[in-house]
Design a protein around this ligand. Structure first.
Ligand code: BGC
Length: 346
């Protein structure tokens, strides 16, 4: 083969390669010029809920971070103000408006069927969060996911915090009878977190050797002012006997503290209070020494998981990197938030 022919062949080869390469690059550019568009519809059972309003801020932050990854994002938020009917309509409107992924915090966790039907009809995946649908409903369609936290763990951690406090400070057992008289303030009936948190907190206290006597258990639906009312009633019935208040969330623990403040109780006559969530107000109360401790409900982690899942569902990429339990559930752990944590964030 002549020298020139070889050279010519080489030139042709590199030309073809060059054309191929530039074609590939151009295709690459064309794709990245059209970023995946995440149009997320977020439906809340009640935006007055303290924990959820703070989770919502985290979610918006996490979703907007996806812009750095080349996504174009919009978030539309709806508040059902406690009504499943309202939420059904809101979700249908979100779908009509073009949302391609939904984050749904059910008003009634036992009644998601209308929402699932509408989403399935338009092939829009749903990430349920915080209010867990029952297992059978999660089986209705394969594009249903859940992001939440391990309720049992929150109760165990609350129980451990309370047991440690009782062991460390004999003044908590004010009447010195070797038994801790306590009151429970419970969240919404039927909510997966309410019953499990109470049961596992009480069980843990018992396992840790604390003798307990339940004076009363009031349902306050996660709500501070309802908790204040329930606590006023309990104080009316049991006066100075109450030594410990276990609340299923911080807002209710704060409501219980409000009741004592309203009645001008002196500090030495107060019970110890424990919450769950680590809301801004909850952590402040722990730092101020009003709330003995709380259990951190990792809203940042939940929001991060929801954003990552939304991005993977819309783009079809990265699902394999997400760790699911039972294929479609993500549970973030809780952790203890005592005075040191509330003051230092560590
Ligand atoms: C939180 C509560 C909140 C409830 C709403 C729970 O996980 O601890 O503060 O009110 O979720 O569904």
């Amino acid at each position: 083969m002549g020298k020139y022919r070889m050279k010519a062949e080489k030139t042709v080869k590199s030309l073809v390669l060059g054309i191929l390469m530039s074609c590939l690059c151009a295709c690459g550019t064309a794709q990245s010029a059209e970023p995946d568009r995440i149009q997320l519809g977020a439906a809340y059972y009640n935006q007055n809920d303290t924990f959820l309003s703070q989770l919502d801020e985290c979610l918006k932050e996490e979703i907007s971070r996806l812009e750095k990854d080349g996504f174009e994002v919009t978030v539309t938020t709806r508040d059902a103000a406690g009504s499943q009917r309202t939420q059904d309509d809101q979700v249908k409107e979100l779908i009509e408006a073009g949302c391609n992924v939904l984050c749904v915090n059910l008003a009634d966790r036992t009644d998601p069927s209308e929402i699932i039907d509408a989403a399935r009809e338009h092939n829009v995946p749903i990430i349920f969060f915080n209010r867990e649908p029952v297992a059978e409903d999660m089986m209705q369609w394969e594009k249903l996911y859940y992001v939440g936290a391990d309720a049992k763990l929150s109760g165990i951690l609350q129980g451990e915090l309370a047991a440690d406090a009782i062991h460390a400070d004999s003044r908590i057992d004010r009447n010195k009878d070797g038994i801790i008289q306590y009151v429970v303030l419970e969240g919404e009936p039927g909510h997966q977190d309410a019953i499990i948190r109470t049961e596992s907190a009480v069980d843990t206290l018992k396992k840790k050797g604390i003798r307990l006597e339940k004076l009363s258990c009031g349902i306050a639906n996660w709500n501070r002012s309802q908790a204040q009312n329930r606590m006023m009633q309990a104080i009316g019935q049991h006066q100075n006997q109450i030594e410990l208040v276990l609340a299923n969330n911080d807002d209710m623990a704060l409501g219980a503290i409000d009741a004592y403040e309203k009645l001008n109780y002196t500090e030495s006559a107060l019970p110890v209070f424990f919450g769950i969530d680590g809301t801004d107000a909850g952590l402040q109360a722990v730092a101020d020494g009003k709330l003995a401790a709380t259990v951190y409900n990792d809203k940042e982690g939940q929001a991060r998981a929801m954003a990552a899942l939304a991005a993977a569902l819309v783009s079809g990429e990265g699902m394999e990197e997400i760790e699911f339990v039972n294929g479609r559930y993500i549970y973030l752990p809780y952790y203890k938030a005592d005075k040191h944590y509330a003051e230092t964030g560590k």
